[in-house]
Design a protein around this ligand. Sequence first.
Ligand code: NAP
Ligand code: MG
Length: 504
Amino acid sequence: MTTPRVSKLTTLDDWLELRSRTTVPEAMWVDGAWDQAGGRTLPLVSPRDGTVVANVASADVEDVDRAVRGARRTFEQGVWSSLEPRERGEVLLRWAELLDAHRDELALLLALEMGKPVNVGWNVELRTAINTIRWYGELVDKLYDESPRGRNGALALVTREPLGVVGAITPWNFPMTLAMFKIPAALATGNSVVVKPATQTPLSLLRAAELSAQAGLPPGALQIVTGSGSVVGAALARHPDVATLTFTGSTEVGKKLLTYAGESNAKPVSLELGGKSPNIVFPDAPDLDQAAEVAAWAVSFNSGQMCTAGSRLVVHEDIRDDFVARVVKHLEAHVIGDPLDPATTMGPLAYAGHRDDVVDEIRKGIAAGTALVMGSDEKRDDGLYVSPAVFIDVDPDSRLAQHEIFGPVLSVLTFSTEEEAIAIANNSDYGLGSAIWTADLSRAHRLSRRIEAGMVWVNCYEEGDSSVPFGGQKLSGHGADRSVHGLEKYTSLKTTWINIEGAS
Ligand code: NAP
Ligand code: MG
């Protein structure tokens, strides 16, 4: 077994020292250079301490058009799209190495922009982001087209071709990982990509884009346009030269993007949206304490700002009290504090408005008469922190069971039969993640077939790697990221049918 790499920065002082000598990127990245977008800016307020850490370029519709045209030009020139797949793979691998070499700096930027604890950024977010780039870099020259065995007198070829310019719109909760679920797959297949990161979190991605140039990615192949979703995101989604749009974010915005696509060039839109994932625990779970520890993690990791959060704990009535007590114990073990402190396991919420929304949802739950066994609806006065909250006896039809809160708020629901567990699990507009804890193999298979979700984890939560698709069903979206299937949305199928004269 290899020992996992860790940052050499082990104290708050180490990270503060890095902060003191780090320049935060503020301009957009267009055609391989920094771009001020006409000098308009938006302040980026760090959730860490409420200070403005950057004044980030704020693009308008013309800036988006310029970035898309540059991306299209690069595509047509063939400086990226016509490289040998292996050469594209080598650039992606070099990029992964450079990101790895700058992991401290990138973890710092994640902590500043959205409050992610440096250790979580370093060990989880960046590890996944870098591994995804490597995986696609290694895959790209090992893909095959198809030649179906048709008729004797003909040769059929089914080939996959890049689309041109891919538009990507990403959220703030995993600024690097979720962008890298899209960018390397789109680049590997020869496309140019224009990314619009969330307003709160452009910093890590801008620095990553700068490093892509050092890795040898030609100007225009990766453009980062910054600014508001309603202007920049909408302009990208409506642009006639954007061939496809890939989105991760809320269901509400996802629906708008489908409309923009319909109003412009009918581009395909793939959507990774919200969730309200059920975590179902049977009394025969192989290790109930481990299940409880993971259940606590599933709702509090990244301060609960996780699309796959296990926000509905669906637990058998016989073990409910004991299990919830164990979950609470694990939640209490969190070290809540400064994201620059390596000891911190839970940072602030990403911005003040979101903190207010999460606290308001706790307040609504209490007002509805639901029992709260941990947490409170009081705003903390030491920052944008929200301590984990746990509601029990949650009505499956109530707001607490249906609405995605996107914070560390757990709704506990109880069942007695397997049928009831499935009914509760599927009683949701969403269908992203789900988990089943049981030692009964047949039960695990029975349930996994019937659960309406893109991902089912058995005796674990939120597991996976680059080889398996990540995506949802129902209002959680369609068109998964990761794996070889993640490439499909960035290519179009072409059939070539060749008549072979004289063959029989
Ligand atoms: P969001 O409000 O939908 O924003 C996502 C992105 O869309 C941001 O870049 C945003 O820009 C942009 N945007 C907003 N309005 C737009 C418009 N009218 N046209 C085009 N783009 C627009 O989501 P969020 O608040 O950042 O993230 C939380 C949501 O993301 C949750 O629902 C969560 O479940 C979901 N999520 C899903 C997954 C998944 O893989 N399924 C992963 C993570 C998060 P601005 O920042 O400028 O508003
Ligand atoms: Mg938003």
